[in-house]
Ligand binder design. Structure first.
Ligand code: DGY
Length: 362
């Protein structure tokens, strides 16, 4: 009898462990899985065609879940589960108005197997990696060695020097710590602060994405860290005072291109910019210009607007002081398995009408 069988459409190969959870034999639920198992993102036309009649849809951040897809699914769709922490690829109003529940994969302690998805620590690791690679000219150095050109540029006193991330050790009080700035001050930022403290940094400033108007907020000329090592500032102050700036906010209409030409112009010429959240927070054209013209020292990016396709022809890829890695902030096997299995459990809970382990409030 297939009348009670739920069709679940899965847009990627989410791995054995997660598939086993979905395939588990259960008396209260029968499922039929339809999976796009090629390594590349599922074709939009395949999704539109196959989502029809599905009760559950499991996606990643590369599949847009919008009116068109939900319309194609029809009224049977009860749950959308994304194997991602960010959900800017999902139209929340379109999901909410259909009464569909939405699961995602934030930091969750799994009681079943006692496994914590500590993705924010991994992204913080990548932030430090990018800050170091960008400030220490890693791209230029690696290219040089790989191209067999090292003999032409042997060690020399100031060759490949960049600004120092670690605090310089001096008699207390004479040398202020570098300032690390954060756009967005959630769990990834906090985990990055902990790592930077180990580098001897003491001064942290942050803006949240609720304060996006660069021109209406005054810039503080002096920062007073005597009361607290972490102080909230305006965007203008964040731009002007950050020696290293970490972009760690969700993407939405108020954060789109928040790192604009104007913002970049206000930054220090020695500053390093790191983005490990979503590419579209940064205006890539403006960043390429800022890097080319030396408005800032370097950038380290795990994400780029329109990735991966726009990048091939983009000036950003040519700037040697721009280190770009392909969106691997959470890419450890342990974390990706934990994210996939959580996405699978969310999906089943949604089908059974149970509260989701990690659901988005719609
Ligand atoms: C997410 O989960 O949102 C990351 O960008 C990819 O793991």
């Amino acid at each position: 009898n297939t009348s009670n069988t739920h069709k679940i459409l899965i847009s990627r190969d989410i791995g054995e462990e997660a598939l086993q959870i979905l395939e588990q034999e259960r008396s209260d639920l029968r499922v039929h899985l339809q999976i796009w198992s090629e390594p590349n993102p599922a074709d939009r036309s395949w999704l539109l065609q196959n989502v029809k009649g599905a009760t559950g849809l499991l996606v990643t951040l590369f599949e847009k879940v919008d009116e068109e897809l939900l319309e194609a699914a029809g009224p049977s769709l009860k749950v959308v589960s994304t194997m991602s922490v960010g959900y800017d690829h999902i139209s929340l109003p379109a999901v909410a108005k259909r009464g569909i529940v939405l699961g995602y994969t934030p930091d969750v302690l799994t009681e079943a197997d006692d496994r914590r998805i500590d993705w924010y620590n991994l992204v913080a690791d990548i932030c430090i990696m990018l800050a170091l690679m960008a400030s220490r000219n890693a791209r230029i150095g690696i290219n040089l060695v790989q191209n067999g050109e090292w003999p032409k540029a042997p060690w020399s006193p100031f060759l490949f020097c960049g600004p120092q991330l670690s605090a310089t050790s001096v008699p207390s009080g004479t040398q202020p710590s570098k300032v690390a700035g954060f756009l967005g001050f959630g769990r990834i930022a906090q985990a990055t602060v902990r790592r930077l403290e180990a580098f001897g940094l003491k001064n942290f400033i942050y803006s949240t994405s609720n304060s996006p108007n660069l021109n209406t907020e005054p810039e503080s000329k002096v920062l007073d860290f005597s009361q607290s090592s972490q102080i909230p500032v305006s965007l203008a102050t964040l731009a002007a005072h950050s020696d290293v700036l970490f972009i760690l906010a969700p993407h939405n209409s108020s954060t789109h291109h928040i790192i604009s030409k104007d913002f970049l112009k206000r930054m220090k010429t020695t500053a390093v910019l790191v983005n490990a959240s979503r590419g579209a927070l940064v205006d890539s054209d403006a960043l390429a210009t800022a890097l080319k013209e030396g408005q800032i020292f370097a950038a380290g990016l795990d994400v780029v607007e329109g990735e991966p396709f726009v990048l091939q022809d983009h000036p950003l890829i040519r700037e040697q002081n721009c280190v770009i890695i392909p969106h691997i902030g959470s890419a450890t096997t342990e974390t990706r398995v934990a994210m996939a299995t959580l996405a699978a459990r969310n999906l089943l809970q949604g089908l059974l009408g149970e509260p989701l382990e990690a659901g988005v409030d719609l």
